[in-house]
Design a protein around this ligand. Structure first.
Ligand code: GLA
Length: 315
């Protein structure tokens, strides 16, 4: 018996979107995923979350998405230099891509123009960190000559460099002595690497009475705070300000005893998770191309004002 296929017009295909992140264990990325799930529920698409700690896993994840008929993905790559590889793979599979957090670079070191991006305004947010450090140091009446400023550095990642150089600029503007600013270069962007980097610097500069600490994210600052504790430098001697405002910072604020982790600049995992995936959905389903670049802002959050600040930011 012949099967008749009724004419029903071109039914919209179900949309499937990947959300690939470089460090799935980091609270920031878990928050992004959570908000992307919310967008998937609201808009009615399927979300596939995959951790991509290195280039090989990243390529395998993209192949895997193509095999599942996904039409696109949001990505925070393990290395921004993989931009050309991402672009090629997406083109091969006819998938649309949006980058989040870390903007992808092409072979010439320029931002990949065909991939829309959402990231934080790194230098400005870094400035907020630096201003916060300078203000707190002033209110504690520390003598700048006895204060070291530690830049937990990961300069191969442009947003990390922007953020920490923004903090340096603000410290200089506040009159902080440039010769007291030191780099502690981390090998990876996690707490352990920051701990190791800070430990070396604190040993070298053992004469400093007080420390200001800043870095790419909350994990970088937290690692340095833990290292300082090992050198008998606690809340009284250390002011650390991170960037993020996820669980890493909140856990630290929740400790009964104050630590050197003084504050963080709260940024928006909601915008980065929800908006990127919703924009990608619109692009796939309605051919609405997202803005080439969206930069998001942040706000200083301390243990004291955390409830208010988080509520004001829809968290
Ligand atoms: C980078 C960092 C993350 C987080 C995001 C925010 O990817 O590695 O920890 O700060 O930026 O955009």
């Amino acid at each position: 018996m012949a099967t008749l296929i009724p004419f029903v017009g071109h039914a919209a295909e179900p949309v499937k979107i990947g959300f690939l992140v470089k460090q799935a264990e980091e609270p920031w990325f878990q928050d992004e995923w959570r908000f992307a799930e919310q967008a998937a529920k609201d808009k009615g698409f399927t979300l596939v979350k995959i951790g991509i700690p290195n280039g090989e896993k990243m390529m395998a994840a993209i192949d895997n998405l193509a095999a599942q008929q996904a039409q696109g993905f949001v990505i925070c790559a393990p290395d921004v230099k993989l931009g050309a590889a991402v672009e090629r793979a997406a083109r091969r599979y006819n998938m649309k891509v949006i980058s989040v957090d870390d903007q992808l670079l092409d072979g010439a070191g320029k931002a990949v123009a065909s991939i829309p991006h959402m990231g934080i305004s790194g230098f400005e947010i870094g400035r907020q960190v630096g201003q916060g450090l300078a203000n707190e140091m002033k209110s504690r009446g520390w003598n700048p000559a006895e204060v070291g400023a530690m830049r937990v550095a990961f300069d191969q990642l442009p947003t990390a460099r922007d953020r920490t150089m923004g903090a340096v600029a603000a410290l200089k503007d506040a009159g902080f002595p440039v010769t007291n600013i030191f780099d502690a270069a981390q090998a990876k962007t996690d707490t352990e690497s920051a701990f190791n980097a800070a430990n070396i610097l604190l040993t070298k500069q053992a004469g400093m009475k007080h420390w200001l600490v800043f870095g790419l994210n909350d994990e970088a600052v937290l690692g340095a705070i833990r290292a300082a504790e090992g050198h008998n430098l606690g809340n009284d001697n250390v002011i650390g300000i991170g960037i993020g405002g996820s669980k890493t910072a909140l856990n630290e604020f929740a400790k009964p005893k104050l630590t050197g982790f003084f504050a963080t600049v709260l940024i928006s995992p909601k915008r980065h998770g929800y908006e990127t995936s919703a924009n990608l959905y619109q692009w796939i389903s309605a051919n609405q191309v997202p803005p080439a670049i969206i930069v998001t802002s942040g706000v200083l959050m301390t243990r004291i004002n955390q409830q208010v600040v988080r509520a004001e930011n829809g968290l």
